[in-house]
Design a binder for this molecule. Structure first.
Ligand code: 4AD
Ligand code: MG
Length: 430
């Protein structure tokens, strides 16, 4: 069996090939049927000439419907007239299944219709390109971590405590108790750093986001590195290196897919360290002259992030948010405890937050105080407090949302296309 990608790469010229795949579309002209066939590695034009095949092969071809599954045998050849410069001259064709009328046609469909048929919509060239890029982003994340001395320590998905506030927790019965679907694996990687120093977790995370936005899912994938003895500065450096690596790898390996999406790659080529920085306080000052004006102490929303995101060609760090609007575990700045040693990374081109991270509180007393101030149940955090009793060290980490990165790199309008089966407030099917 051959791959269509090998044929399109010119590796099979003149050779007999067997391809197993699906019919994308078909047209006929005179005694020739032109089939576009997809096999998961690419799409290629294949031709059936009435006078060169058995009658039953030509008749079977004639009956083929869009998305029928099939196995073909033929000769691969360079052909300047074919859409990608290569074609297969079919000698034999076996129909695996004659598909029923495909609900997604060539005409424009509304987004609700396409989401209802998401399981079939994934076969379109655009969705295939996005899935390939998503997989490349994830591979780049893992390769970067694994090649830089990090150990993967996965965090549990069922958890007894909140990491990112109680308002977005999904609750589930857990025998005689309650459990929550994890919002972040962070607290657990803060434990494994004392065993392995540089660690990360990578998995699905859940937020009961009650609002409908173009960048929130209720289930999304997050990579969360955590490093012992790393301070605020080290943390930003790691983010710059990781994000730059991911973009470089996608440009290197997925140029064709970016082309399918019509993505202008120039802005992506700009992405390399260092990234510009601006403090939260400076952002508030800059917003003063705009209609998005905000009082110090309020959290930045989508329009504010967009404003910062458009200022630079590269991703931009917004640093040192007010301690009181950020999570309980963030280290207050010793020079000004009203702000935290944290940063959110804004993707450029208007995309906004792709990473949230901080230096963590490593002092037991201070952490106890913050848990109290945030009115969190101390009992659930006993184990987390233990980490501050047995060899505590300054440490930092961050979480990067995979779909947010895909959204930006692919330059899409909505996050629902960045994961094969998106979960949102209104969607649990398919
Ligand atoms: O900023 P967040 O809430 O940070 C944390 O969860 C930290 N505990 C991470 C850490 O330090 N280990 O979320 C981190 C990132 C965001 O920057 C965003 O990319 C993504 O997760 N994210 C979402 N992506 C899609 N849909 C949602 N509802 C998201 N919420 C957060
Ligand atoms: Mg955040």
């Amino acid at each position: 069996m051959a791959n269509i990608s090998d044929i399109l790469d010119g590796k099979m010229d003149g050779k007999e090939v067997e391809i197993k795949g699906w019919l994308v579309n078909k047209r006929s002209s005179g005694g020739v049927q032109f089939l576009m066939i997809r096999d998961g590695t690419g799409v290629i034009q294949s031709t059936v000439h009435k006078d060169k095949v058995e009658k039953n092969v030509f008749d079977d071809t004639d009956k083929l419907t869009q998305e029928s599954s099939l196995i073909i045998k033929g000769i691969a050849n360079e052909d300047k007239r074919a859409p990608d410069g290569y074609e297969i001259k079919i000698k034999d064709l076996k129909v695996v299944q004659l598909a029923e009328e495909f609900p997604i046609g060539k005409k424009e469909h509304g987004i609700e219709f396409l989401m209802e048929w998401r399981h079939l919509w994934l076969r379109s060239p655009r969705q295939i390109a996005i899935m390939k890029i998503r997989a490349e982003v994830i591979k780049a994340c893992r390769d970067f971590m694994d090649d830089n001395g990090f150990t993967l320590t996965d965090s549990p998905i069922l958890s007894g405590s909140a990491c990112e506030g109680t308002s977005t927790l999904f609750e589930t019965p857990y025998f005689s108790k309650k459990a929550y679907l994890t919002q972040s694996g962070q607290l657990y990687v803060e434990a494994t750093i004392a065993a392995l120093k540089k660690v990360y977790c990578f998995g699905p995370t859940f937020r009961a986001e009650k609002s409908k936005t173009t960048r929130h899912l209720t289930e999304f994938w997050m990579i969360e590195p955590e490093v012992a003895f790393a301070d605020f500065e080290d943390n930003l450096k790691l983010q710059e290196d990781l994000v730059s690596y991911i973009v470089k790898k996608v440009l290197e390996k997925r140029k064709r897919e970016l082309g399918v999406l019509g993505r202008d790659i120039k802005p992506l080529q700009e992405v390399e360290p260092p990234f510009p920085r601006v403090t939260y306080t400076e952002v508030i000052e800059m917003l003063e002259k705009t209609k998005f004006k905000l009082e110090w102490g309020n959290d930045l929303g989508a329009p504010h992030e967009r404003f910062v995101s458009l200022k630079n060609d590269k991703p931009t760090f917004i640093t040192k948010y007010p301690t009181k609007i950020k999570a309980f575990y963030m280290q207050p700045d010793p020079k000004n405890p009203d702000v935290a040693l944290c940063a959110d990374l804004m993707a450029p081109e208007g995309y906004g937050e792709i990473i949230g991270g901080s230096q963590r509180i490593h002092d037991l007393k201070l952490l106890e105080q913050r848990i109290k101030e945030c009115e969190l149940p101390k009992k659930a955090y006993e184990w987390y407090l233990d980490l501050r009793k047995y060899g505590t060290v300054p440490h930092s980490g961050f979480g990067m949302g995979v779909e947010r990165v895909v959204l930006w790199i692919c330059k899409l309008k909505h996050i629902r296309e960045c994961i094969p089966f998106p979960r949102t407030i209104t969607r649990l099917y398919p």
